[in-house]
Ligand binder design. Structure first.
Ligand code: PRP
Ligand code: MN
Ligand code: MG
Length: 179
């Protein structure tokens, strides 16, 4: 699996440092509150658990599952809600957590859907932001890293559902997806 990686973009240490920095920002902004973290499956799983363990505050978590990439390296533009949250978010301070913000379609879709339920506030935390990928307007309030316009895998990000379990974020060798 490691052989398929052209280069490591963010090491485990880089990611840990980013989680600590983002958690510190969130802890300051949400002092005295009990924010609800909503992770967007499946890509977010590692970031969600690492980020939340850096927070010394009362929080709860839920997950929502949407899919926009159906194989391949490019988004189809179609968003499907696979599994909704079980928590009533009305009046809650919600932090939506994503592994990566790319075309912005997933986030735009989720923000619309969640805002209809009248949370007290809704902010977005993304480990990675790829501004060059944007097709619709979307913005994260907390960003770990701005990333170049390359196909990334690892730390939750997949290619055709594989490579999520790499402990770092890397660039996939083009010949892997050219096959
Ligand atoms: C990926 C990624 C983000 C979304 C970002 O998820 O994890 O959730 O795409 O892309 P966008 O800004 O272009 O919408 P994906 O839909 O592939 O599902 P997954 O998390 O299960 O891999
Ligand atoms: Mn995802
Ligand atoms: Mg995916």
């Amino acid at each position: 699996m490691n052989n398929d990686i052209e280069r490591v973009l963010y090491s485990q240490d880089d990611i840990k440092a980013a989680c600590k920095r983002l958690a510190a920002e969130i802890a300051t902004d949400y002092a005295g509150k009990k924010p609800l973290f909503i992770g967007v499956l499946k890509g977010v799983i590692f970031f969600m658990t690492d980020l939340m363990r850096e927070l010394d505050m009362l929080t709860d978590m839920d997950f929502i599952d949407v899919s926009s990439y159906h194989g391949g390296t490019a988004s189809t533009g179609e968003i499907t809600l696979v599994h909704d949250v079980g928590t009533d978010i009305r009046g809650r301070d919600v932090i939506l957590v994503e592994d990566i913000l790319d075309s912005g379609r997933t986030l735009a879709y989720l923000q619309d859907r969640l805002m209809d339920r009248q949370p007290s506030s809704l902010k977005v935390c993304a480990l990675l932001d790829k501004p060059e990928g944007r097709v619709v307007e979307a913005k994260a309030d907390y960003v770990g890293f701005n990333v170049p316009n390359e196909f990334l895998v690892g730390y939750g990000l997949d290619y055709d559902e594989y490579y999520r379990n790499l402990p770092y974020v890397g660039v996939l060798k083009p010949d892997v997806y050219a096959k």
